[in-house]
Design a protein around this ligand. Structure first.
Ligand SMILES: *Cc1c(COP(=O)(O)O)cnc(C)c1O
Length: 386
């Protein structure tokens, strides 16, 4: 395989610059204008018009009734899981092939992840693995007040949520996962941190389950430095999400009344101003990124030993990060070395969660695809082009 010509094609696509980052943010005059406006208004902190506008724009992008602005994606996930009813010692099913934040959010509650495999094509949680694992290990029980919940049979622990992740912006088979969740009475929370602007069968990712969490960190498709959001169609969950992100302060003109232990997870108006400018061009960014994806699709069509990862049928990916999968791990290592040495930034996929010291002891199903991909997947430069 000739890596040199691949690396040079990437460099040319991004204007022949000496360093091509994996994903850099892109700003116009609008971000500056809105941020300056927020400063001039003196409303730079957690209350302000841009926060309201941000919530409207995010709900629009996600196709949900409500969005709650949150300080970052990890906190948005943490709060979503609390809102879904996850409690200490509960189990939360997710994938081992994910970014650490998914599992950290589960751990903040004192709950524990259960790792199931991903599909080889979507890189997202596999409905087959999920159904198979649940059929062998879980049952639905009805409690005294008639509420149905899912339990892990052997340990008796509640399976309190499912958190699939749309890897690199590629939608997973979220409709099938949702059906299985309904069958097993498991609340579905989507980690859509990487997939704003992506959709499956015409419906935006993040909007399929009870709640979805987005991230607007500096490396994501659109950014406001740091930021996050929870989206939902449930009015009560949205109201409670806002409340819990605001130290559970009971609204009052001057009194300090708080009705439970809660969090300071609000997004500052300053960040929201920047996010509004970015959200206004989200669809342009996604189209731009899909053109880069097309370039990669063509580039790897005739490459032996490495395959570009295409969105699955019915999916429209934002192609946050393009990914290729090598046949041989040794080729992957060589490609990582050669590309990074000449300033074309490439990255391997994350270390699998169940390999990490804090999650080694967690329950898991077969992780065959995850292990295969972990040794072979590489992310390629995917920034929006100017
Ligand atoms: C980025 C990311 C997060 C966390 O978002 P932050 O805004 O950085 O806290 C969570 N999950 C996944 C899969 C991510 O990629």
């Amino acid at each position: 395989m000739n890596f040199k010509s691949i690396i040079e094609a990437i460099r040319m696509h991004y204007g022949n610059k000496p360093f091509i980052p994996l994903h850099e943010p892109r700003f116009s005059a609008r971000e500056r204008e809105y941020v300056m406006d927020a400063i001039d208004s003196t409303f730079v902190s957690s209350v302000g018009e841009y926060v309201n506008r941000f919530e409207k724009l995010v709900a629009e992008a996600a196709g949900t009734k409500y969005a709650v602005a949150i300080v970052n994606g990890t906190s948005a996930l943490h709060l979503s899981l609390i809102l879904a009813g996850v409690q200490r010692n509960d189990l939360v099913i997710s994938q081992s092939l994910t970014f650490i934040a998914t599992c950290n959010a589960i751990s903040y509650i004192g709950a524990e992840p259960v790792f199931l495999d991903v599909d080889e094509d979507s890189l997202g949680l596999s409905p087959k693995s999920l159904l198979n694992w649940l059929d062998h290990h879980a049952e639905v029980r009805t409690d005294a007040v008639g509420e149905k919940n899912c339990y892990h049979i052997k340990s008796g622990r509640k399976i309190a949520a499912l958190v699939p992740m749309h890897t690199f912006g590629l939608p997973c088979r979220i409709d099938e996962l949702n059906e299985i969740c309904k069958l097993y009475q498991i609340p579905l929370v989507e980690d859509a941190a990487e997939s704003i602007g992506s959709s499956y069968k015409g419906q935006p990712t993040g909007s399929f389950g009870l709640m979805g969490a987005f991230s607007f960190n500096g490396n994501k498709t659109i950014t406001c430095g740091g930021g996050g959001a929870i989206v939902t169609n449930d009015e009560e969950l949205a109201r409670r999400g806002k409340h819990l992100s605001t130290q559970a302060k009971v609204p009052h003109a001057w009194e300090f009344k708080h009705d439970e232990v809660a969090y300071n997870y609000r997004m500052p108006n300053l960040n929201a101003a920047m996010a509004c400018a970015q959200l206004e061009v989200l669809s342009d960014f996604v189209e731009n990124k899909r053109q880069t994806a097309e370039m990669y699709s063509n580039l790897f069509e005739h490459v032996d030993g490495a395959k570009w990862i295409r969105e699955i049928d019915g999916a429209k990916s934002n192609y946050w990060l393009n990914a290729i999968v090598f046949e041989e791990p040794t080729d992957r290592d060589l490609f990582l070395k050669e590309s990074n040495e000449v300033g074309v930034m490439t990255r391997p996929v994350w270390e699998l969660m169940h390999h990490l010291p804090m999650f080694k002891h967690c329950m898991h199903g077969s992780l065959e695809n995850s292990e295969y991909l972990m040794q072979r997947v590489v992310n390629l430069p995917s920034s929006v082009r100017g």
